[in-house]
Design a protein around this ligand. Structure first.
Ligand code: M6R
Length: 610
């Protein structure tokens, strides 16, 4: 997603910054900009499009002697891709500029307050409030103004700030979004990841949450958000350029799995009000009458998107109490589907370009249904076909095996179900408030699961030679089993099938013997006891059980030693956390088998043909 770079030294700043931005291209972006200080004046250039197409504006026609500046590549969240919405953003007098990654959750409130105090806004972004907030606190000390401004801010941020009165310093600070400081010889750098600056320095300081830095040519002073000085140690980065593109991970898939806590923050960012129990889905474009008229919902998608839709069915039927049917887009389009003006069709797609899903959307519209797209890629074909949208804000997904887009789809569907349930008066506002609160702590709970990656790798190493796997789950986590099995077969080429655990006795149990590993999701839920009984049947037939369980579950101990514990969460949120160990398990099985995880055989990232 977005990328930041800041430079202060002795080279032409816009050239160094442009070079750094090109090295952040892999994160995906739709616009870019650079700001420098020259002769006590700020000069800004920004536009939409690929860097190679706007190089003329940002470098060739931007002659400047400045050796201090900041730059940004933007992946639109709040506000469409445009030159106005591109970063850096300035204050009223263009005295200062800010490049921001993350989401300011209370920006609407802050914008209203600042506008009433006379501040004039030029963009639709949440980020611009930061520039005006800093302006309102500035009294000659840039670091203090930044610290004071952030006291009002809720959300996630990594920011770099440039001020015309401070041609010898940049200020940066972070909370939740990553930020580093690169140390050079008479030159220093700020960047959202090391890739941007590796060609200049390998000496890097990683800022922790709520830490910032005043970056000068000849030194850097680190501070905490309370303004206290803090000592930080530099580390030497030993990456080759390809690893650096992957942020140090060996594969994009692994990087994307580890990005998931931040992805959830981005999907919910700025869309909820915990105090009021409200959810805002800005591009939904469904009117009250549309929502009340809906008698049936049909969810369509392919692969992982389809499985997220299967979780959507459980969510919507429970929280909105409307009947939901879930259909593979490739089946829906050819089976004369019964949809009409009282049916809401929800089409889910990461790429927004999947041929079958696009055809299903067209079929549904032809039959008079309203179609809502749950989509990741902005400006994709699907965004132009549908009546309304819920963007999932997963950022660019490069690994062919979808991981973070799935998590973002589940999060977006949860927000949608809570919102519809509230509007249709099925849900109590207190319940919605509680779930918003739980959604917000989910990223930290997922971080705890990610911390177990070595344990999961060790588990995976025991099953590298299995010929076939069975995945079992029930209720909300039946789709988790389907998605876990898909991940394993896609990248490890091991046959894996998923069943609703209650179906075992109706056939699949015949497959169980001591060579059949069975991966079961048996976290605390309304169907916990039922699932446990199904697993006892597997154990009685010598099947090798691997289980995903809730932390502290004592009952499971006598069934198997192969367990992965996850933190306790509400049943409706459990598919979001329970799939994480399954993604890691599939990843490690494939990697340890020496396979090409990011480009599995026969598969394409976006299936634009039938
Ligand atoms: O871009 P989409 O979400 O429409 O793609 C749908 C499927 O092609 C996709 O999820 C596919 O199944 C992935 N390889 C799953 O990892």
């Amino acid at each position: 997603m977005c990328g930041i770079i800041g430079y202060i030294g002795n080279k032409p700043a816009n050239e160094v910054i442009f070079d750094g931005l090109t090295r952040l291209e892999y994160r995906g972006y739709d616009s870019a900009g650079i700001a420098v200080v020259d002769n006590q004046k700020i000069h800004v250039r920004k536009d939409i499009g690929k860097l190679r197409n706007i190089r003329k504006l940002l470098v060739d026609d931007f002659s400047s002697d400045s050796s201090i500046g900041i730059g940004h590549t933007r992946w639109a969240t709040h506000g469409r891709p445009s030159a106005f919405n591109a970063h850096p953003h300035g204050d009223c007098q263009t005295s200062l500029m800010v490049a921001h990654n993350g989401i300011i959750e209370n920006f609407m409130k802050l914008k209203k307050r600042l506008a009433s105090e006379g501040h004039e806004f030029k963009s639709e972004t949440d980020s611009e409030v930061l520039a005006h907030l800093i302006e309102s606190h500035y009294d000659g000390n840039l670091k203090s103004a930044v610290i004071e401004a952030l006291k009002d801010v809720e959300g996630a941020y990594a920011i770099a700030v440039l001020h015309k009165n401070h041609p010898d310093e940049l200020v940066c600070i972070r909370k939740e979004s990553p930020l580093i400081v690169g140390l050079g010889n008479e030159e220093n750098f700020i960047a959202s990841d090391v890739t941007a600056i590796l060609q200049y320095t390998r000496s890097v300081v990683y800022l922790d949450n709520f830490e910032g830095a005043v970056v000068k040519r000849d030194g850097v002073e680190f501070f905490t958000i309370e303004g206290e000085k803090v000592e930080k140690n530099a580390v030497q980065v030993e990456w080759n350029p390809v690893a650096a593109e992957k942020g140090g991970f060996s594969h994009f898939m692994l990087k994307e799995i580890f990005e998931q806590p931040q992805v959830i923050r981005n999907t919910i960012g700025g869309r909820t009000s915990e105090e009021e129990g409200k959810i805002y889905l800005e591009e939904l474009r469904l009117t009250g009458p549309d929502i009340y008229r809906t008698q049936r919902i049909v969810i369509v998608g392919c692969g992982t998107a389809f499985y997220s839709g299967c979780v959507g069915k459980y969510l919507i039927e429970k929280l909105v109490q409307i009947p939901v049917e879930c259909d593979l887009a490739s089946e829906f389009r050819y089976r004369s589907p019964l949809v009409d003006a009282n049916t809401l069709v929800i089409a889910i797609s990461q790429s927004g370009e999947t041929a079958d899903t696009l055809a299903a959307v067209k079929e549904a519209k032809k039959r008079g249904a309203k179609v809502l797209g749950v989509v990741n890629a902005k400006e994709s074909s699907m965004t132009r076909e549908v009546d309304g949208l819920v963007y999932i804000h997963a950022g660019p997904e490069i690994g062919v095996a979808s991981t973070k887009a799935y998590i973002a789809m589940l999060t977006a569907l949860t927000l949608l179900a809570l919102m519809l349930g509230k509007i249709r008066s099925v849900l109590d506002p207190e319940f919605v408030k509680e779930k918003i609160k739980e959604l917000k702590i989910l990223p930290q709970q997922i971080e705890r699961v990610l911390d177990k990656h070595e344990e999961i790798k060790e588990l995976a190493s025991q099953f590298l030679h299995a010929k076939s796997f069975l995945y079992l789950g029930r209720g909300f986590n039946y789709p988790t089993a389907l998605e876990g099995a898909l991940k394993l077969k896609e990248i490890s080429y091991i046959h894996a099938e998923a069943y609703a655990a209650g179906e075992m006795k109706h056939g699949p149990i015949a497959l169980i013997d001591d060579e059949m590993p069975v991966m079961a999701i048996v976290t605390q839920s309304d169907v916990y006891d039922k699932t446990l009984s199904n697993l006892k049947e597997v154990q009685a037939r010598s099947g090798q059980l691997i289980v995903v369980v809730t932390e502290g579950d004592g009952e499971i101990a006598h069934l198997t030693d192969c367990k992965i514990e996850v933190p306790a969460v509400s049943e409706i949120l459990s598919p979001i956390i329970n799939v994480i160990p399954l993604q890691l398990f599939a990843y490690y099985v494939a990697d340890l088998r020496g396979l090409d995880v990011d480009q599995p055989r026969n598969l394409a990232k976006s299936v634009t043909v039938e």
